[in-house]
Design a protein around this ligand. Structure first.
Ligand code: SF4
Length: 79
């Protein structure tokens, strides 16, 4: 069975206080780096786009990035 890269990690890593500013960007990128090395990234991304968590880094995306992906997907489906 494939093990998610985040399993067993401190969840705080994936919930920076902010995704902006030098510290927020650095912490967000650290969380995204874990996701980018995750063997189930594609499946995780499909889930978080379909049912987006409101907070945190999931599948190497921030909440704002998930909103943008959903908007783009909706526009493509409507076209
Ligand atoms: S891609 Fe998903 S399962 Fe993998 S480390 Fe990130 S949040 Fe965890």
């Amino acid at each position: 069975m494939t093990r998610p890269a985040c399993r067993g990690m401190d969840p705080e890593i994936f919930f920076p206080i902010s995704h902006a500013g030098p510290a927020g960007i650095r912490e967000t990128e650290q969380a995204k780096a874990v996701c980018r090395a995750c063997p189930i990234l594609a499946g995780c991304l499909a889930e978080v786009v379909a049912d987006p968590p409101e907070f945190g880094v999931w599948a190497a995306t921030t909440p704002e990035e998930r909103r943008r992906i959903r908007t783009r997907s909706a526009l493509v489906k409507a076209a």
